[in-house]
Design a protein around this ligand. Structure first.
Ligand code: TMP
Ligand code: ASP
Length: 243
């Protein structure tokens, strides 16, 4: 599928139209930012790893009954997706305290949570993506209560599926961020599921295998992405290329 007009360029991805209005082409970049773009860098081959890892995890979710925008991989750093109108929301699911939750509530990183925590953030760079609750979302018309219910259920189901699958690859799913959109009235998961948007900790050593290595200057950033790719996608190089 040919790349058409550039529709949107974000910090880590470009989205292009295609000849078919039902589909977009997403291109993953090596660029990395953190802290609302205040920290910038490049992670070698990140575009490739995030494309392949997202494709793998989206396929897993689709097979397990969690619908999402992924159609197929069309290049090393590119995937074809269903064209969605995105909600201006980030949905975060947490299994273990880390990051902003630990900071805000004073809970030591690594403390298991008694149940998964679901949080919503309003996507607005100028405001620094503030946290919102269900009544804000309804009052500001960011989504209807029915739509939010669908997103919350999908996020919790995805959490169960991903957690179990990753555990089989010796990875603890600490937390992750999802985004959703609408196509023809159907609510689908969109965006990406990658070490940029998840916290992955090695089961045995607790080593961080995600973007926290970049955020916190821990070194071995590209190596961590490569390790997640190796554990998940393994030797099936160019996953989805011929599907
Ligand atoms: P947090 O602890 O900084 O709130 O992050 C929770 C999870 O959400 C973590 O896996 C990283 C992911 N995340 C994003 O993907 N994009 C963002 O802009 C933020 C703040 C977090
Ligand atoms: N990607 C976001 C930013 O650039 C936040 C993050 O992942 O830390 O601010």
């Amino acid at each position: 599928m040919e790349k058409g007009e550039l529709l949107y360029e974000g910090k880590a991805k470009r989205v292009y139209r295609t000849a078919d209005p039902r589909y977009y082409l997403v291109e993953f970049k090596d660029d990395a930012t953190a802290f609302d773009g205040k920290k910038r860098g490049v992670i070698e081959r990140k575009g490739f790893y995030n494309n392949q890892i997202s494709a793998y995890l989206f396929s897993l979710l689709a097979r397990s009954g969690v619908p999402n925008h992924f159609v197929r991989v069309v290049g090393e750093t590119q995937m074809l997706v269903r064209a969605l109108r995105m909600f201006r929301l980030e949905v975060i699911v947490r299994n273990v305290a880390a990051g902003s939750l630990s900071k805000r509530l004073g809970i030591e990183e690594g403390t298991p949570l008694f149940r998964p925590v679901v949080e919503y953030y309003y996507k607005d760079d100028a405001l620094g993506d503030p946290m919102v609750n269900e009544s804000h979302i309804e009052a500001l018309r960011l989504a209807t209560p029915g739509q939010l219910q669908v997103m919350q259920e999908a996020a919790l189901r995805a959490n169960g599926i991903l957690k179990t699958h990753l555990a089989g690859r010796d990875i603890d799913l600490v937390d992750f961020k999802l985004e959703f959109g609408v196509d023809n009235g159907e609510i689908l998961m969109g965006d990406e599921i990658s070490p940029d948007t998840c916290r992955f900790w090695d089961r045995d050593t607790g080593e961080k295998l995600d973007k926290d290595r970049f955020r916190r200057d821990l070194g071995g950033v590209a190596e961590a992405y490569a390790e997640v790719y190796r554990r998940l996608v393994g030797n099936t190089r160019g996953f989805g290329q011929n599907q």
